[in-house]
Design a protein around this ligand. Structure first.
Ligand code: GAR
Length: 209
C-alpha cells in the first residue's frame, strides 16, 4: 500500500475528489496519509480533518532561503514515508531539488490541455481567463508528472471540455473541474498506485490491465 501526500493551497475540491474515490475503494493500491497545505487558512485543511487525515501547514514565507524550505518539505514527506506526492491546487513552486528526490513520483493537475495555457503565471482562474480571451472552443484538464520544467512533465491523462457561449472564467473553471479534473486525478493516482504508468523518453504510457 503506497502512502500518498496531497499538497493543497485552496478550496481542495480535487482533494475531496481523491478522498471520495478512496472511500469508494477506487484507489486500491494507496492511501492518503498526509495533506500538506501551503496556506494556513486553506479550506482543504477542513476537508482533510473531516476525513481523519493528518495535516501539516508549511508556508514558503516562513523560510528565507529556498534550501531551508526544501529541507523542511522533504523532512515532512520522509517522516510520513510518502511514496507519491499529488499537487492538487498547490500554489507553491516545487524546486528542482525536491523534484529530483521524487522523480516521476509527483503528480500535478492542471486546468487546461497542456501545452496550451500552461507554464509560469498560468494557475487557477488565470488559466480559464486566458482560454476565454483566446476564444478557444475546447479546453480541458491535464494530469502529468512534475519535472524541472513548469507544467512540462510527462502527460498521464487528459480530457477535453467544451467552452460554451456566455462562459465566465468561474463557470468554465467549474465545468472543467466537474467534467475533467475530479475524474482524471483519482484515476491517475489509482493507475500510479497499481504500478501501471511507465515513463520512457519523456512520455508516460499506461499499461493495460
Ligand atoms: C484546480 O483547478 C487546479 O487544476 C488548479 O487550481 C485549482 C485548485 O482547486 N491548479 C493549477 O492551476 C496549477 N497550475 P481546488 O483547491 O478546489 O482543488
Amino acid at each position: 500500500m503506497l502512502n500518498i501526500a496531497v499538497l493543497v493551497s485552496g478550496g481542495g475540491t480535487n482533494l475531496q475528489a481523491l478522498i471520495d474515490a478512496q472511500h469508494r475503494g477506487e484507489i486500491s493500491g494507496g492511501k492518503i496519509t498526509l495533506v500538506l497545505s501551503g496556506k494556513a487558512d486553506a479550506f482543504a485543511l477542513h476537508r482533510a480533518e473531516k476525513a481523519g487525515i493528518p495535516t501539516e501547514v508549511l508556508l514558503r514565507k516562513s523560510f528565507s532561503a529556498q534550501e531551508e524550505y526544501d529541507r523542511s518539505l522533504l523532512e515532512i514527506l520522509s517522516r510520513y514515508e510518502i511514496d507519491l506526492v499529488v499537487l492538487a491546487g498547490f500554489m507553491t513552486i516545487i524546486s528542482n531539488h525536491v523534484v529530483r528526490h521524487y522523480e516521476n513520483k509527483i503528480i500535478n493537475v492542471h486546468p487546461a490541455l497542456i501545452p496550451s495555457f500552461c507554464g509560469e503565471g498560468f494557475y487557477g482562474l488565470k488559466v480559464h481567463e486566458a482560454a476565454l480571451e483566446k476564444g478557444v472552443k475546447v479546453t480541458g484538464a491535464t494530469v502529468h508528472f512534475v519535472n524541472e520544467v513548469c507544467d512540462g512533465g510527462p502527460i498521464i491523462l487528459q480530457k477535453a471540455v467544451e467552452v460554451l457561449p456566455g462562459d465566465t472564467p468561474e463557470i468554465l473553471q467549474r465545468r472543467v473541474m466537474e467534467q475533467a479534473e475530479w475524474k482524471l486525478l483519482p484515476k491517475a493516482v489509482s493507475l500510479f498506485c497499481e504500478g501501471r504508468i511507465k515513463v520512457a523518453d519523456g512520455r508516460a504510457t499506461i499499461k493495460e490491465d
